[in-house]
Each structure stands twice: as C-alpha cells, then as structure tokens.
Design a protein around this ligand. Structure first.
Ligand SMILES: [Zn+2]
Length: 318
C-alpha cells in the first residue's frame, strides 16, 4: 500500500504541471500581532509537563512542544517556544529539578519553536543547534505566510543564532543515550531537524508532524507536501509499536496514529495532484471535500490545502 502510494505520487509529481494561479500573499505583520490574532496569550497559558521516562519529559505551553532530556551531562531541550513564556517554562523545569539549559536543538527556525533562543542564548549561554538552512533563515527577516495572516519574523541577534549546525545527521551522546539529529530534505521548511532519542525510543518530529490539526507547510519558504510525506516515511521506518512520537503541536502519538497521519497526507496529495493535472483551481480543490474524512479530528483544512497547493504547483526549492 505504502509503496504504491509513493510510486503513484512520484509519477504524478514528474508530470509537467500547467501554469496555475497562486493565491495572494497577505500583508506581513509583526509576529506579536499575529500571535494575538491567533489567540495566543502568554499570561493565560499554563505549562503542562508530561513525563515519558526518568529525566525525559515534554513541556506543552505556547508554541511548539518542548522535549527535555536531563541527567548527569546536563539539560538538553528540543525547541524553546517564545520569550514571553520562558519564566513559566523555567518554573516547570525547576519542578523537575532542572535549571540552566545547556543545549537547545531547534527543529526549525519558526518563531514559535525558536524565539526562546533570544533568552537562552543570552542568559544561559546555551549551545544552540539547528540544521544549517535554519541558521541561514534566522539571520534574516522572513515573512511566514499563514494564509489568514503573514508574520514577519525578524533576524536574530548573534547570541540567538545556532552555534552548531548540521546538514544530514549528527549525534549527541548525552545523559546515557545516543540522540540522532536528522534532516531528510525540505518538508515543513527547508531546515527541519528530526530528533531521535535512541535510549528512550522517542522521536521529536517538529512541525513535520502536527497532531493538533492539519500540518502547516511553509510553501513560501521552500516547504513541500511531498517532502513532509517523505520525511514521515523515513521516520516511520525507524519506529516500533512502543516508540513515543512527539509532534510539533498536539498530544504525543503512537506509531499507529503517526501511520494514520501519513496515510491521510498520501491520499490528500494523490487527490490534489490528480485535480491539479486536471487543471482544477485552488477554489475547486477547496470545494471538493478531499479532507472530509479527517476534518472532524483535524479541523479546518483551508490553510493546509492552500499551502499544499502552492507547494505542489510551484515545486519551489531554494
Ligand atoms: Zn513551524
């Protein structure tokens, strides 16, 4: 089943696509204004801690989920949310016995996963780690087109930029286990890092896996739907029935739930490619109800379909 999906999508992706009219870009606004528009309020948010194993837990707050590994070698975070919630995050970590942050791996450069660098890079002198493309993105102002609004993410000062970058794979040997940090090509962005905690049998997927809705594909900055699927299949092959899968947003998932997510993406991509090859417009695709079987669980597909359409029709790779 998986292979035939991939083969068919491969064939369709190779087919020449006619010129398609792209949706307009919204006027960029400051990140704070967009967060307010999306109802994010640092004063109201409560940090929830979910322990997966001794010295290994996930912090749910405002922005991307944070995985924390702590032990004799120090404290390593995957993602660091935004400065406004850092005091609350620090309080939650102190409850677990953790203080200064030694390492942060940014799954990608988006503000809701990496703006915490602005605090940790300065106050904790944290070693910041990311894919090399994410560091490039953090060095300049980037509009993030979220369809309903666009946020301009400002370039980071030197202390918030990653100190260490990787291209394909790197390892940490920390707190009694090997941690593989991997990149499988453009997906949610062009600089996604997937972090596999081998000893814990847990993987942080960043926004390549959204378990709180449909995935957001940053098509304006090189993200692609087929890349998201490819990344997920690479990770799926490394998991077993006991692997804890940590999404960028939403609740922890099992291998089976992750598999369902991938199947949904494969079906949507196939149907979209067929409609695009048929010359259908974005409006016609939006109206076709492709995502209907999953809308109750995942919510409004408007942004997902819009960004997927752009990624499938422009084949943009910087
Ligand atoms: Zn993101």
């Amino acid at each position: 089943m998986k292979n035939s999906f991939a083969a068919l999508a491969g064939l369709l992706l190779c087919a020449p696509l006619a010129a398609h009219e792209l949706p307009p870009d919204p006027e960029p606004q400051p990140v704070d204004a967009v967060m307010t528009a999306f109802g994010w309020d640092a004063d109201k948010v409560e940090i929830r801690t979910q322990e997966i194993a001794d010295g290994f837990y996930v912090l749910f707050g405002m922005g991307g989920n944070i995985a924390v590994s702590s032990g004799e070698d120090g404290v390593l975070l995957v993602d660091d949310q935004v400065p406004a919630v850092m005091p609350k995050l620090r309080r939650a970590m102190r409850k677990q016995g953790d203080r200064d942050v030694d390492f942060v791996i940014n799954t990608h450069w988006h503000f809701d996963h990496a703006d915490g660098n602005l605090v940790l890079g300065k106050e904790d002198n944290t070693w910041l780690v990311s894919h090399s493309n994410s560091r490039v993105m953090m060095q300049r102002d980037n509009p993030v087109n979220l369809v309903m609004a666009a946020a301009t993410q400002k370039a980071y000062p030197p202390e918030a930029l990653p100190d260490i970058t990787f291209d394909d794979i790197m390892q940490f040997h920390i707190n009694g286990e090997q941690v593989d940090v991997m990149h499988f090509g453009p997906a949610h962005t062009t600089g996604d890092a997937i972090v596999f905690f081998q000893g814990r049998n847990a993987v942080h997927m960043g926004d390549v896996f959204n378990n709180a809705g449909y995935p957001f594909i940053d098509a304006a900055n090189g993200g692609t739907l087929d890349g998201v699927i490819r990344n997920c299949l690479e990770v799926l092959a490394m998991t077993d029935a006991n692997t804890v899968i940590i999404p960028g947003h939403g609740e922890l998932a099992t291998q089976a739930e992750f598999g369902d997510y991938i199947t949904m993406l494969e079906i949507v991509q196939l149907e979209m490619l067929a409609m695009i090859a048929d010359g259908k417009s974005l409006e016609e695709i939006q109206a076709a109800g492709i995502t209907a079987p999953w809308d109750e669980k995942r919510g409004d597909p408007t942004i997902f379909l819009n960004r997927s359409y752009v990624s499938l029709t422009t084949r943009y790779h910087p």
